[in-house]
Design a protein around this ligand. Structure first.
Ligand code: AMP
Ligand code: MG
Length: 531
């Protein structure tokens, strides 16, 4: 017997069954005070057909790959709602760019309910771009192919890099067009529409709690907190004020681990508003995200953020802390002592520092032999890397290959550094790389104290330094091809990104530094929020 199609499995709906929701079914934009969600039905699309499917995630969920068209794809596009699904849009609020924005909510994402995965865990399936909901405000509830393809590929790429993330099961073209003003310059144009089915244990965000606190809906706030603890943090036991405190510490810890991973792979989320922070510490809402190419803490791909750079690469640790403080404030009505969540913020800071350091040691092939000197070594690297234009991914990957020679032939290290810089740098201005060379000399000296050498050292480092990340220009190339009807670039990229630490010698071009033409190209170097 083969695996069932999504239309054949039974959905569970605890979010709808256990929390207070609004069931008018009306899709018009409005405020929904007093409720955690609204029951909605997805709005059908003209000609849904499958563009991409994550086979491994499908297998994990026990679902068969659907045919290009048919009932399963209809369900993944929202055209078919089976008897056990109770679709809903969640109500949440959030701080956008530091300012309280009031009610936001699932304006285009509609959850179908959850299914039992093969390991017994429960996984929610949510359609992004499935049509208007009460939370759509002035927008259309839809998503374009370019942003959907970016979310599909990056969710899966992050998973295979070992970064906590929501997943993506399918990418479905709708056959409808969606009008977007991509550059916010008054040139709105039709683009192909698409829907991603994304998957996570829950899509609850910091903002779901914030909206309840902002409206003094303490009963809903407590119900949502208890629901989240019961279903997603069961190890904490029955909710109580003391358990809320431990729960917040756990959220802080997971958020710290998340941010540490972003910093170690060069990922820039781009829009770290509090409504884009998962209560499970997952990367959520892939919008104008990007990958560092030249190492630059001040870099952001998001054109909306060019002025303040609030969400630039190097700001992410601080912004996540800011967001945790906003969550703490929202949870305070549940506590006897308003200061009780302060230790959670220390947990964040400590976990972030420890995890960043541990991840960096792994990248450098170092074991914890010399804690104090090693801390100085890892902390000095960002400044050294930020001077010359060094491609972060290429730098660490090539360093992994070079490491055995640095150990075996100390006399030739200058030659090796020249080679590394020639491979990894976009443009080294003579002299500008001195800090980096000094750092590399310190590192080489330290590396020689390691017990591992030769092939073992190289293999350890190659497992910590991916060869392939979803470079912005590669995603853009796959989008342009897909828009022209050619899915081969998407497929090749997806295959390679599933094993990003392998060599894939036939696909060296996908590991290359960003070519010159992509330097300032929209979609490759800069992205707007228009999606
Ligand atoms: P984002 O910037 O994608 O995190 O979205 C911020 C808010 O705008 C969320 O409440 C989204 O649901 C909503 N939103 C974004 N795009 C659309 C759209 N095309 N239609 C309806 N709501 C949207
Ligand atoms: Mg969002």
């Amino acid at each position: 017997m083969g695996a069932p199609q999504i239309t054949q499995v039974s959905f569970e709906n605890p979010f709808v069954d256990e929390l207070r929701g609004e069931a008018s079914g009306l899709l018009g934009p409005r405020q929904v005070p007093g409720y955690c969600y609204s029951r909605v039905v997805p709005t059908p699309v003209r000609d849904p057909h499958l563009l991409a499917w994550s086979a491994e995630l499908g297998a994990y969920l026990g679902l068969a790959k659907p045919a290009e068209r048919g009932p399963a794809v209809d369900a993944l596009a929202g055209n078919l709602v089976t008897g056990s699904m109770k679709p809903f849009a969640a109500r949440y609020g959030g701080h956008q760019f530091g300012n309280w924005a009031g009610q936001l909510g699932d304006g285009r994402a509609i959850s179908l309910g959850q299914v039992a995965a093969t390991d017994g865990s429960r996984q929610e399936i949510q359609l992004k771009g499935a049509g208007p909901t009460p939370y759509s405000r002035r927008a259309d509830g839809r998503a374009v192919l370019r942003s959907s393809l970016r979310e599909f590929l990056c969710s899966e790429a992050m998973h295979y890099l070992g970064v906590p993330t929501t997943r993506a099961l399918s990418l479905v073209a709708t056959g409808d067009s969606v009008v977007r003003d991509m550059f916010y310059n008054g040139n709105a144009a039709p683009e192909p529409g698409a829907i991603v089915a994304r998957v996570a244990p829950t899509f609850i965000r910091f903002g779901n709690f914030q909206i309840m606190a902002a409206h003094s809906e303490t009963n809903n706030l407590r119900a949502l907190a208890d629901y989240t603890i019961h279903h997603h943090y069961p190890e904490l036991g029955p909710p109580s004020p003391a358990v809320y405190v431990r729960w917040f510490e756990e959220i802080a810890q997971r958020t710290a681990v998340l941010v540490a991973h972003w910093m170690s792979v060069g990922f820039v989320h781009g829009v770290l508003n509090t409504d884009n922070m998962s209560i499970l510490g997952l990367t959520i809402d892939y919008g104008p995200y990007g990958w560092l190419e030249p190492y630059d803490p001040d870099w952001t791909p998001n054109t909306t953020d060019f002025g303040s750079r609030r969400y630039a690469f190097g700001q992410q640790p601080r912004v996540a802390l800011w967001n945790l403080m906003a969550l703490a404030q929202a949870l305070t009505p549940l506590l006897d002592d308003a200061q009780a969540l302060r230790p959670g913020l220390d947990v964040y800071a400590d976990t972030l520092a420890a995890t960043r350091h541990a991840l960096m040691l792994r990248k450098l092939g170092l074991t914890p032999l010399a804690p104090e000197a090693d801390l100085a070594l890892t902390q000095d690297l960002p400044e050294a890397l930020a001077g010359p234009e060094i491609d972060m991914t290429v730098f660490f990957r090539h360093l992994s290959h070079l490491a055995p020679a640095l150990v075996a032939e100390p006399g030739r290290e200058t030659e090796r550094f020249d080679e590394l810089l020639a491979v990894a740098a976009y443009a080294v201005v003579p002299g500008e790389d001195q800090l980096l060379r000094q750092w590399l000399r310190r590192y080489a000296l330290r590396l020689r104290q390691e017990p591992a050498s030769g092939e073992t050292l190289r293999a350890n480092m190659l497992r910590a330094n991916p060869k392939f990340v979803l470079r912005n220009y590669l995603a853009q190339g796959a989008i342009e091809a897909a828009e022209a009807g050619d899915l081969s670039r998407l497929e090749t990229l997806f295959e390679v990104l599933k094993t990003p630490f392998a060599e894939h010698p036939a696909h060296d071009e996908l590991a290359a530094k960003r070519p010159d033409w992509a330097r300032d190209k929209p979609g490759s170097a800069t992205l707007s929020c228009s999606s």
